[in-house]
Design a protein around this ligand. Structure first.
Ligand code: H2B
Length: 101
């Protein structure tokens, strides 16, 4: 048996989801992308720690890059080869947690 993969979002479903994610865009690689800037490294790292807990709980993990107070995030579902509802859900969780830092 093949392992179950989360289905990729249709173009329509993706466009609908993007309406709820105004801070996110789809990059040239088809990944959901957002950049955040915090007051300092402590806040950026605190945010990343918070997202790490959510990502681990969901078993869905971001690609990300941090320098001092900036965090750049890319979301995609590697197992599915594209964007799925798991990426949309994690993006929403990230938006929620970003407000705390
Ligand atoms: N995160 C992301 N972003 N995409 C995946 O396909 C993925 C993941 N797969 N986290 C999970 C872990 C998988 O590798 C494990 C075995 O469940």
């Amino acid at each position: 048996m093949l392992p179950m993969r989360t289905p990729k979002l249709t173009d329509d479903a993706l466009q609908q989801s993007l309406k709820e994610l105004p801070d996110w865009s789809v990059d040239a690689d088809g990944k959901l992308h957002r950049e955040l800037r915090f007051g300092d490294f402590r806040a950026a790292w605190g945010f990343m720690s918070s997202v790490a807990v959510a990502a681990e709980a969901a078993d869905h993990h971001p690609e990300w890059f941090n320098v001092y107070n900036t965090v750049k995030i890319w979301l995609t579902t590697h197992d599915s080869g594209g964007l799925t509802e798991n990426d949309v859900n994690l993006a929403k969780e990230i938006d929620k947690r970003a407000k705390n830092f």
